[in-house]
Design a protein around this ligand. Structure first.
Ligand SMILES: Nc1ncnc2c1ncn2[C@@H]1O[C@H](COP(=O)(O)OP(=O)(O)OP(=O)(O)O)[C@@H](O)[C@H]1O
Ligand SMILES: [Mg+2]
Length: 470
């Protein structure tokens, strides 16, 4: 669960720890340290077993030595009695300062006790130490069978020596603690080296961050990929690609503003001249003429302004994406009705060819603007008494809209360029600033469709727009 930011000091601490999860440094460090801790735990378990085995071996060796010294002291007295005087050295060798208690037992092969504790348990296997409970403490015992000269029967006595665990456990602890200390120092060292390595490894990334931060708003030249490690170079390449795109975009934007200003300047200059002419003119007829021209220039400017506005709205990201359900046939009918007067004035035969609704999804206003521009172009560039036909239909699961006219058409070589902003075919008569088809392209692209220019049967332009059906 993600911690809440407003829950006092514990909440804040928890949040800080939570955020550390996102840190690359912490993640790498955690992997290294966890692996080391796992390896150390296994090692410590293993070294505990080794220390235990070593301490047992050392104890067993001492027990054997002691048993041997005792066995050497066993003698057969005249009359056949077996006797022993325990040599002090046999017991003193256990005096290691850990307060251990030593027990022994010497018995003959036929089971009579020569000396020591009668109830001392003895191991089942000779010469191998074994742990027992004796007089409510743990002891380690070892038995040695030893031949004695002069004994009847098979001539052997059996010596068992046992010792409490104090010195054995102390030795085990010391061996193991030594190892533990070494392992901990190693883990600490490895952790430190990892931190240092990470610090060094991440330094180029931080340098890259600083280099990006230190750049001014308009510095978009590529960053040097060599400043980071090979694994990170694709990231720098992607960053450079992105900056190049932004640079191109900014250049296009600048060109656009310059072009727009240039386009606006012409009608504004005209308006100013025409206004002065009208103001100076005393003859009513001539003044009306100047005012009419003034109105024409104003109309041209207002159209340019509204085209610019539509274009900026058609650009990606400038409007909230909309998924209106639009019947293209209906929209075409409305657009044609709106343009009917102009067509009539120029004697153009305006027709619609649509059989039933063709429904697409998208931005209704923008799709309408697209149609307005296509029909406007067709009427505008077709000579008087020509014809313009809009058809709406479906083919292969896409909506197909065509606008066909009997005008001059567009030369093949310029069919791509006319979609650029402010581009007009040289020698084009009539008002306009070359924005209409740019709007069409933006709208069609934004709706996931395509637009192509072709030849109308006979003569004229055939514009085909394909859009995905709803
Ligand atoms: N139907 C057409 N027939 C012949 N030429 C056309 C046709 N449509 C467009 N063109 C050519 O393509 C050019 C670009 O058209 P576009 O609609 O982008 O701009 P415009 O009509 O000149 O100006 P605007 O539409 O911004 O007022 C036009 O200037 C014209 O030369
Ligand atoms: Mg146009």
């Amino acid at each position: 669960m993600r911690p809440d930011e407003n829950t006092g000091i514990i909440g804040k601490l928890w949040l800080a720890i939570w955020r550390l999860r996102d840190s690359l440094r912490v993640q790498l460090l955690a992997w290294v340290v966890l692996t080391l801790i796992g390896a150390t735990c296994f090692n410590l378990y293993d070294s505990y077993r080794t220390a235990n085995a070593t301490a047992e071996l050392v104890t067993d060796r001492t027990l054997l030595a002691s048993a041997r010294v005792i066995a050497e002291a066993v003698r057969v007295e005249t009359g056949g009695t077996v006797a022993v005087d325990i040599p002090p050295a046999a017991l003193e060798m256990f005096d290691t300062g850990y307060g251990d208690r030593v027990y022994y037992q010497v018995i003959t092969a036929w089971g009579s006790l020569v000396s020591g504790f009668p109830d001392l348990p003895s191991p089942t296997v000779d010469l191998v130490g074994q742990d027992f409970d004796f007089r409510s403490t743990g002891v380690r015992a070892l038995t040695l069978n030893h031949p004695v000269v002069g004994l009847p029967n098979d001539g052997e006595i059996s010596v068992t020596v046992a010792i409490t665990h104090n010195s054995q456990f102390a030795l085990r602890r010391r061996l193991w603690l030594d190892d533990l200390t070494k392992q901990l120092v190693l883990v600490l060292l490895a952790g430190l080296v990892t931190i240092l390595g990470l610090q060094r490894g991440l330094a180029p990334v931080l340098r890259l961050r600083d280099a990006v931060r230190a750049r001014g708003r308009d510095r978009l030249d590529p960053l040097a990929a060599s400043m980071v490690q090979t694994e990170l170079r694709p990231l720098v390449a992607a960053l450079n690609d992105h900056m190049e795109r932004v640079q191109n975009q900014m250049a296009a934007q600048r060109r656009f503003v310059a072009n727009a200003a240039h386009q606006l300047r012409t009608p504004v200059a005209l308006i100013s001249t025409q206004a002065s002419v009208a103001a100076r003119e005393h003859d009513a007829a001539r003044r009306d003429e100047a005012l009419e021209a003034l109105r024409g220039s104003t109309r041209q400017m207002s159209r340019l302004a509204s085209q610019l506005l539509t274009l900026s709205r058609a650009e990606p990201g400038s409007r909230r994406p909309r998924k209106d359900v639009i019947d293209l046939a209906d929209t075409a009918r409305e657009v044609l009705e709106g343009q009917a007067e102009e067509a009539l004035r120029r004697g153009i035969d305006l027709g619609l060819d649509a059989n039933g609704p063709v429904v697409v999804k998208g931005d209704g206003t923008m799709l309408r603007e697209m149609l307005v521009n296509l029909v406007d172009n067709a009427i505008r560039y077709t000579r008087e008494n020509g014809s313009v036909t809009v058809s709406v239909g479906k083919a292969d699961d896409v909506a197909v809209l065509t606008v066909e006219d009997s005008g001059p058409g567009i030369p093949h070589a310029e069919r791509e360029q006319v979609f650029e902003r402010f581009y007009r075919v040289l020698g084009t008569e009539g008002e306009g600033s070359g924005i209409g088809l740019a709007i069409v392209r933006e709208v069609v692209d934004g709706s996931g469709g395509s637009v192509t220019l072709g030849d109308a049967p006979g003569q004229g332009l055939l514009v085909t727009v394909k859009l995905p059906l709803a």
